[in-house]
Design a protein around this ligand. Structure first.
Ligand SMILES: [Zn+2]
Length: 236
């Protein structure tokens, strides 16, 4: 079981990926946790519509992301603005995550599971998860890594726990019975992805798959509705 922390950070690849932990985040915010979202790409390739140019889609999705963050009470939203499909494991990208981690000083960080065997995942998801873990340990923790960031006033910080969504083997289940509707609402803020998609199944109510997924995860954890994570602990 994870205790509700004072501060939690969510680092994710595309606008809407934060939905992987949005129920837990919404519950924790109700309890008083402060949360920072770090969105790595602008999601500008997330359409099949050739009439929607990437520059316009990026603007639409940035607003959708702001709406989704606000809907669950997240006030600190950082957009790194890399192109969709363009994340790479570079010193520069890692440094930007190090800076955000040292600035916000979360006890818990959520991100994508970087390694999955059961299915293929988006390259940006794998890279975002892997670079986040590296940024946490050892780069954000030790002052001589990114010494220029240390000198700029961003002191080293030790994250205690990482929770990975999308893992093959979730082992930690958070009860989101009090926030599953907020999670569904947050998802619906990403209108271009879930509500206005041209090839969407008209017989399905957008948002239902959130409730169904949370119920399935709940069955695994003995809870009515849950999110499931793989947990990594670091010595603090
Ligand atoms: Zn994604």
């Amino acid at each position: 079981m994870v205790e509700r922390p004072q501060r939690a950070m969510v680092i994710f690849a595309h606008p809407d990926d934060e939905i992987g932990c949005a129920g837990t985040i919404a519950s924790w915010i109700k309890g008083g946790t402060e949360v920072c979202f770090v969105l790595c790409t602008n999601g500008d390739k997330g359409t099949e519509d050739l009439e929607m140019p990437p520059e316009r889609l990026a603007v639409v999705r940035a607003q959708e992301q702001r709406n989704a963050a606000t809907s669950i009470g997240v006030q600190d939203l950082v957009m790194l603005g890399y192109p969709d499909g363009g994340l790479e494991d570079t010193q520069e990208f890692r440094g930007r995550l190090v800076k955000e981690i040292r600035r916000f000083r979360p006890q818990v960080v959520f991100t994508h599971a970087p390694i999955t065997q059961a299915r293929h995942t988006h390259r940006d998801h794998r890279i975002c998860g892997a670079v986040t873990l590296d940024a946490i340990f050892p780069y954000a923790r030790d002052p001589w890594h990114y010494a220029e960031i240390t000198r700029a006033g961003f002191q080293p910080h030790k994250v205690g726990t990482v929770l990975l969504w999308g893992s093959d083997n979730p082992e930690v289940f958070v009860d989101i019975s009090d926030s599953v509707e907020l999670k569904a609402q947050a998802m619906l803020c990403h209108r271009s992805q879930f509500v206005e998609r041209p090839n969407r199944d008209p017989n399905r109510v957008p948002g239902d798959f959130i409730r169904e997924g949370a119920k399935r995860m709940g069955e695994r954890g003995g809870l009515p509705y849950a999110e499931g994570f793989q947990q990594l602990d670091f010595r603090t």
